[in-house]
Every structure is written in structure tokens, then in C-alpha cells.
Design a protein. Structure first.
Length: 462
């Protein structure tokens, strides 16, 4: 069976950065930063990206490129035992849960894009808040938008790696950067914007609390698409020339810059109209439409255009990420169910399109539950949280760190050092000055710190 691969170096970077840059940067990062006091949170976040994010990314890349197969098979190949496949399978399940709730939020963005074009969210603060509440708690509309988003993702993924994923990423990522820069400039030119910039860049350590470490860690993993086997799946399409360390550093850099730019477009605009950005997940849906209207309201057409550009940006960013989540399951179902010679699936012969459909249907079911839990159906909760909030919390703060932890243990301690060195140095063709630091990080720093942060958070470690 022919496996797809990325055609160009820039394709690798744009597609993988496309996975990393998404709602995690433009929706989740700003509201987390807003809730956790600004610059102090960002500092801890950046530390997490450097200390755990980059080594974790390289490890997943190594597993994926070495195995050149879907995540479950790749983990099995590098681990040398069937049991390691479980890590890939849990990763694929994690990504389905993420895609399920992520599509709901992406669907909200689509609704807001249309509403900003047709003027549906024009009104005072109370009107905008009510608009979001009525819309998100509706049983039908947001659910249909979520499903639409998954189907859109499906359309791209079923066309394969080079013709689907790489082509769309090469087109969308530059658009995304251009939109981002335009909005940042417009936001920072507002009178009073300095306060927002200060909030982002001047740390106030009195705002630090117990939760901040796990939140920053979870956010770093979520934003880098780490711990879901997503990077491992993409790396299985990398060529032998791809420099894994350099790519990880470049992608983490792009992802962090986009997150900070997202902050630079939201906070200056919010502070310029005296709005405090600590309202949580609804920040970009309740606070921002108002902020745009007030901040750019002097020249009405600018406020109108900025709002449209902003929600278009969110939709594009979300799409390049949902594509990557979808690909994990698609590759898994396609490769595992198309070549089985024995076992219960022996009579099946699933094509890539078939694999994509299985993935889409599972994610649509999760998406429906997440969407309805926002109010469409009463009491659809888990552990006192709406299913959507629970999926977000459970994946970002538990499953992703766990996935990254196990990958570090596998790569750091079980796989022969020669295999790791060969992958890291492209079989001795690139210099390996950072190899020892990398190995030390995956052996000791990442696993110990990840566990310590999890235990600290749960109160087991005081
Ligand atoms: N990194 C993506 C974002 O920031 C989300 C994501 C998580 C994508 C896990 C793939 C896998 O929005």
C-alpha cells in the first residue's frame, strides 16, 4: 500500500504549524492569560514550551518517522512490543474527544463570522451576552455548525496528505498570518491600548495561584498538539531529510508567536474600552464583539471589517488544526482495517475515504453531546461540568500530559539510544550538539516535572 508524504520542506512546517496554531492560540490562550493575570502566566507558559514542549515534540516526531505508519503501529514498531500500540490508540481516542468539542467552538466561530457579516451581533453589551447565551444553548443551530465543521475537515482529509492537507495548509497559513498582523496593528493603534500591552508583557507575580502550573502545562501541550499522537502521525509523512529538532523549534516558535500576537490583538482592544478580560471561555464571543464595536466604532466600517476578519481568522486556524486531529484516526482506521489478514477485521477492506468516514462519524457523535451540553439538553454534565468543559479539561490537563509522559519514558528509556541518535541526527548527516541535552530532558526533566505538576495540582504533593 502506497503511503502519502509531504512534498516540500515548507509543506512540512506549514502543515505541522497549521496543526499547532488554532483555537488553542486565539481562543484558549487569551482567555487563560486573562484569567491568570497576564504576563506571569505567559512566562510560565513559555518555560513549559521550552522545557517540555520541544523535547516532547521531537520524541513524537522520532516515533512517527521511525515507524512510518499510523500512531498505534508506529508506537508498536519503535517500542518493539504490541503493548506500546496502546499509547497510539489512546492518542487517537484523545484526538477524537478533542475534535468533538473543538468542532463545537469552531462552529460557534462560523456562526459569528456569518453574524458579523450580516450584522447579527451589533448591539450593546447586554445584547451581545444574550446573543451568545441564546445561540450556544440552542439545541439545533450550534450542533449543526459543529457537524458542518467536521464534514468540512473530512472533505480535506479524504483527499490525502499531499493533495488535501499540504495544499490547504500552504494556502491557509499565509492568509492567517496576514489577517493576524492586520488586526494586531489595528488593535495596538487604539487610544489606551498601552494598558493591554503592559498586561501582556509586565508580570504581576501576586496573581500566581496553585492552578497556574497545570493550566500552563496543559495549555502548552494543547497548543503544540502534543500528547495526542498527532505530531507522530504527521511525522510519519516526513522525509529522511527533515531535521526533527529544528522543525520542532520552528513550529514551537511560530505557535508561541501566534499566541502572543493573539493576545496583542485582544487585550489592547479590550483595555482601550475598559473591559477586563477575565471572563473565561466566552471572552472572544461575549467580550470581543463589543470591544470591536466600541474600539473601532468611530469609523463604523473598520469595526465591521475587523470583526469579520477576526472570525474568519478563527475559522481558518481551527480548520488547519481539525485536519490534523482527523488525520490521526483516518490513518489509523485506513491502515489497520485495510490490510488485516487475520482476526475479527479480516473481512474488511477499508479505503482512505472509508477510514475518514469512520473517524467523522465518531467525532460527530461526540460533537453532538458536547454541543447539547451547553444548554440544549438540561443536565448533560460530567463531574459538575458541561460535557464540553469536561472534555476540554480532561484532555488538556490529564490525557495530553499523560501521553507526553509515556512517550518520553518510551523514547528516553526503552528505545535503543542508537535508534534515537540516528533519527535525531538524520543518520549522522547533521550535527548533534543538542542531542545530549535532548536526551537528558526526555529522560529526567520532562517525566519528573510532568508528574510533579499533576500531583501538585491534585493536592497529593504539597
Ligand atoms: N494545537 C491545536 C490548537 O492550538 C489543537 C490541537 C490539539 C490540534 C491536539 C491537534 C491535536 O488549537
Amino acid at each position: 500500500m502506497e503511503r502519502g508524504n509531504f512534498g516540500t520542506k515548507i509543506g512540512v512546517i506549514l502543515a505541522t504549524a497549521g496543526s499547532a496554531v488554532g483555537l488553542g492560540n486565539i481562543w484558549r490562550f487569551p482567555y487563560m492569560t486573562g484569567q491568570n493575570g497576564g504576563a506571569a502566566f505567559i512566562l510560565i507558559y513559555i518555560l513549559c514550551v521550552i522545557m517540555f514542549g520541544i523535547p516532547g515534540m521531537v520524541s513524537e516526531f522520532i516515533v512517527g518517522r521511525h515507524g512510518a505508519a499510523n500512531a498505534a503501529r508506529a508506537y508498536k514498531i519503535i517500542g518493539g512490543h504490541k503493548a506500546w500500540a496502546l499509547v497510539g490508540i489512546v492518542g487517537a481516542i484523545t484526538s477524537m474527544i478533542i475534535l468533538g468539542f473543538y468542532a463545537v467552538v469552531a462552529g460557534w466561530c462560523m456562526q459569528y463570522l456569518f453574524a458579523s457579516i450580516f450584522g447579527g451581533i451589533n448591539g450593546d453589551a447586554a445584547y451581545v451576552a444574550e446573543y451568545f447565551k441564546t445561540f450556544s444553548s440552542d439545541a439545533i443551530k450550534p450542533t449543526l455548525w459543529g457537524i458542518t465543521f467536521i464534514l468540512l475537515t473530512h472533505l480535506v482529509v479524504q483527499n490525502g496528505v499531499r493533495n488535501g492537507i499540504e495544499k490547504v495548509s500552504n494556502l491557509l497559513m499565509p492568509c492567517l498570518f496576514i489577517l493576524l498582523i492586520i488586526i494586531v496593528i489595528a488593535a495596538c493603534l487604539q487610544p489606551g491600548a498601552e494598558k493591554g500591552i503592559e498586561f501582556l508583557l509586565k508580570p504581576d507575580f501576586s496573581k500566581l495561584n496553585r492552578n497556574i502550573f497545570l493550566e500552563a502545562l496543559g495549555q502548552a501541550f494543547f497548543s503544540l498538539s502534543l500528547g495526542t499522537a498527532c505530531l507522530c502521525t504527521y511525522a510519519s509523512y516526513f522525509s529522511r531529510q527533515t531535521n526533527l529538532m529544528k522543525s520542532a523549534a520552528q513550529i514551537a516558535g511560530i505557535d508561541t508567536i501566534v499566541a502572543i500576537l493573539a493576545g496583542l490583538m485582544i487585550f489592547p482592544a479590550a483595555f482601550s474600552v475598559g473591559v477586563n478580560p477575565d471572563c473565561g471561555p466566552s471572552l472572544i464571543f461575549i467580550t470581543l464583539p463589543n470591544v470591536f464595536q466600541q474600539a473601532f466604532g468611530g469609523v463604523h466600517i473598520i469595526g465591521y471589517i475587523i470583526a469579520i476578519l477576526f472570525y474568519a481568522l478563527l475559522v481558518l486556524a481551527a480548520l488547519t488544526s481539525t485536519i490534523s486531529m482527523h488525520e490521526i484516526g483516518t490513518a489509523f482506521f485506513f491502515e489497520e482495517l485495510s490490510r488485516k489478514k487475520k482476526g475479527i477485521f479480516s473481512h474488511m477492506n477499508v479505503s482512505r475515504k472509508g477510514g475518514a468516514w469512520i473517524e467523522s462519524i465518531i467525532c460527530i457523535i461526540i460533537c453532538i453531546f458536547c454541543s447539547l451540553s451547553m444548554g440544549g439538553v438540561k443536565n448533560l454534565t460530567l463531574f459538575n461540568m458541561s460535557i464540553l468543559d469536561f472534555c476540554d479539561f480532561f484532555t488538556a490537563q490529564i490525557l495530553l500530559p499523560l501521553g507526553a509522559f509515556v512517550t518520553c519514558i518510551l523514547v528516553g528509556w526503552y528505545v535503543p539510544k542508537k535508534v534515537i541518535r540516528d533519527e535525531f541526527t538524520n543518520w549522522g548527516t547533521i550535527r548533534s550538539t543538542l542531542f545530549d541535552i535532548y536526551l537528558f530532558a526526555v529522560r529526567f526533566i520532562c517525566p519528573i516535572c510532568i508528574i510533579a505538576i499533576e500531583l501538585y495540582q491534585t493536592g497529593l504533593l504539597k
